[in-house]
Write a protein that binds this ligand. Sequence first.
Ligand SMILES: [Zn+2]
Length: 340
Amino acid sequence: MAQEAFTLVGERIEPGTRRQVDVPVAKLYTHAPMHIPVEVVHGRQPGPVLLVCGAIHGDELNGVEIVRRLLRLPNLSRLRGTLIAVPVVNVFGFVQQSRYLPDRRDLNRCFPGSEGGSLGSRIAALMREEMVDRATHIIDLHTGAIHRTNLPQIRSQLRQNRETQAMAEAFGVPVILNAELREGSLREYAQNRGVPVLTYEAGEALRFDEWAIAPGVRGIRRVMRLIGMLPADSRRRTPPPAEVANGSSWARAPIDGILRPRVRLGARVAKHQSLGVVADPFGNDEAPVVANADGIVIGMSNLPLVNEGEALFHVARYQEIDDVENAVESFQSRYETTGF
Ligand SMILES: [Zn+2]
């Protein structure tokens, strides 16, 4: 079967070609038009339609660089199927260096959206009609929030879809978190339609973390090989299957004060272990931040100034923790994650 042209907002992309398309989204107060920049790589042969998108939270930048590098891979000329690559979804948040939209809504809580709804709802509807509903597979790129960093991890609901599980394993980061769906998220919407969808979470907002970007690009390539978009590479070995964490919890600040962490990102921790201390500026009145489960630190705050109750260390719980610890250590030595 021959591949047909792909059309995005009326622009035709012929088989065997690629094209950058500005998808009009809204106007600024000045009436300067705002666009979502999209590149479509349309293979000569039919195949999966993969949507890879970054910065649905406008301040989460690692995905922007991941998409840029993905689009420079030389073997995209041999692509089977179609890659829809969107470096910046939330263009409003991006120019403001903000997670949110101008009305303070979270675009990743606005799906499926509607054409007559709020700004977020309208952008979600546009994104859905032009891109999400046409994708057979989706990879959504995120980072931790501002002042928070994440160990590279895949979040997904694995048991609902075998292909999702295979994609998560192929991605090749040591931590897979079997995560609940957030209402209104792109992931919830896509999964309810039966489309395999991965969320890649890595690094910190408003940063380029090389140890988050490089494994992200590599992971997407591996998924593209798995689903037949890129030729298999027999020289490369597949990563050992990652252990799946079935839950996670946050260790919170016991008091207001200044945090001195005692563990780094990726550390193995035990229940009741002190992960850091919070104290006054002299170090008086120290109070420990206590882990409430055995697990691996998959996210942590980078800001030493904390309020009581603030989430400081994100710990993923595992059944077989030794294997995860080894996998995280070898991953970190490869990508030189310092974590602090
Ligand atoms: Zn995010």
